[in-house]
Design a binder for this molecule. Structure first.
Ligand code: SF4
Length: 117
């Protein structure tokens, strides 16, 4: 193994992805996901953590950022995050600019960055 090789995980660790927004990483699909009762009205949390179809790197990034469909802190939910991509049409799940796959508007992760007021 080349000692100068910088793995994706090491790269993300070095740039501090846990607390800093990456900015322009392409957004994964915002395809439909399970819609919890009241999700569209901002009530229950939508189930958006299905990683079927994602490659190992994408799954690892979601895991490293500790994505969860349910945020313990209501002030740090995806829909209030700068990285959130709103659901399209009738979909309950949106996307995230930091990683592929769907996320719940009421979800959260370690990369949360509040939208400007
Ligand atoms: S809080 Fe949600 S929208 Fe913000 S970076 Fe994490 S998963 Fe993406």
């Amino acid at each position: 193994m080349n000692p100068n090789h910088l793995s994706r995980r090491n790269f993300l660790t070095r740039i501090g992805v846990g607390g800093v927004a990456l900015g322009t990483i392409a957004v994964g699909a915002t395809a439909a996901c399970s819609k919890g009762a009241g999700a569209a009205e901002g009530g229950a949390t939508a189930k958006c953590d299905d990683t079927t179809g994602l490659d190992d790197a994408a799954k690892a990034l979601r895991t490293s950022l500790k994505y969860s469909d349910a945020a313990p802190d209501p002030t740090k939910v995806c829909e209030k995050c700068l990285q959130f991509v709103a659901p399209e049409g009738e979909a309950a799940c949106g996307g995230c600019k930091l990683f592929k796959g769907t996320v719940s508007p009421k979800g959260t992760c370690a990369g949360f960055a509040a939208k400007p007021a």
